[in-house]
Design a binder for this molecule. Structure first.
Ligand SMILES: Cc1ncc(C[n+]2csc(CCOP(=O)(O)OP(=O)(O)O)c2C)c(N)n1
Length: 273
């Protein structure tokens, strides 16, 4: 059951702010990945502003929950989330993708709050498994959350990791698939069909939950449900829209990796109220 004392309206307002900040960063940089960042905003908010145990002033706190951003090109949503959570100053967002900035196009562990370097898709879940096994060995109650893309999970390594997590009964692993239905070059299920996706994860021994990935209430409820599942890992299949919130970006593969120009930014910001 979700903790209903959560201020959903405040979290929804945060989602609008995050989308604005993501687009501003991208426009300033002149490059980057808007589509899969905009689709994952509510996933990040539910994790960082509701669920996880963390201390932004002490990113190396041993007992923190780990969020592994396996789709490492979605650095814009990661950095905006971390800055808003207090890991570093928001001012630094302006350095995104600039020479010598810490905020490079793919997430890097030098950035406070980033657990693991990603960018080459398909590796985050194995890392999450390792963290989770280590936690069990050391009798720690921390959890590992791994955010993946739908195109990403076409990688065979993801399914090896899925098998391992179930075999080792890693009930402290929660995979979250940002199921925005579009990968780099087109619709995911036309390029390589993932369906029936929830059944596939279940057949690998996972507790599978499917929901609307823009609905914070549903996300929060699912993240709480994960805590009560014992003996198996959990996957949340979050149905989302790539480019969510911006009419000319939604569902468009062209906006997978392209920054808006100044005019497009203004148009986009006018839609985010
Ligand atoms: C191993 C690997 N192959 C290819 C790429 C190039 N690449 C970067 S993003 C991407 C598409 C990923 O699609 P998806 O996981 O659906 O991401 P999202 O839509 O959430 O941005 C590809 C093919 C990569 N980064 N790593």
């Amino acid at each position: 059951m979700a903790l209903k004392n959560v201020d959903l309206v405040a979290l929804q307002k945060k989602a609008v702010l995050f989308r604005r900040e993501i687009l501003e960063m991208l426009q300033l940089a002149g490059s980057g990945h808007p589509g899969g960042s905009l689709s994952a905003v509510e996933i990040f908010i539910a994790l960082y502003f509701y669920k996880i145990r963390h201390d932004p002033k002490n990113p190396a706190w041993e007992d923190r929950d780990r969020v592994i951003v396996s789709k490492g090109h979605c650095s814009p949503v990661t950095y905006v989330t971390l800055a808003n959570a207090g890991y570093f100053l928001k001012e630094e967002l302006k350095t995104f993708r600039k020479f010598q900035s810490r905020l490079q196009g793919h997430v890097h562990h030098k950035v406070p709050g980033v657990e693991f370097n990603t960018g080459s898709l398909g590796h985050g879940l194995s890392y999450a498994n390792g963290v989770a096994m280590g936690a069990k060995l050391h009798r720690k109650s921390l959890k590992a959350y791994c955010i993946m893309g739908d195109g990403e999970i076409q990688e065979g390594s993801v399914w090896e990791a899925a098998m391992s997590a179930a075999h080792f009964k890693l009930d402290n692993v929660c995979a979250i698939v940002d199921y925005n239905k579009v990968q780099e070059n087109g619709p995911t299920n036309e390029i390589k069909n993932l369906e029936p996706l929830a059944k596939r994860w279940a057949s690998f021994g996972w507790h599978a939950i499917e929901l609307d990935g823009h609905n914070l209430d549903q996300l929060i409820t699912a993240l709480d449900d994960f805590d009560s599942v014992k003996g198996k890992p959990t996957v949340i299949i979050a149905n989302t829209v790539k480019g969510k919130g911006i009419s000319f970006m939604e569902g468009k593969p062209a906006w997978h990796g392209k920054a808006p120009n100044a005019e497009q930014l203004q148009q986009a910001l006018s839609e985010l109220k």
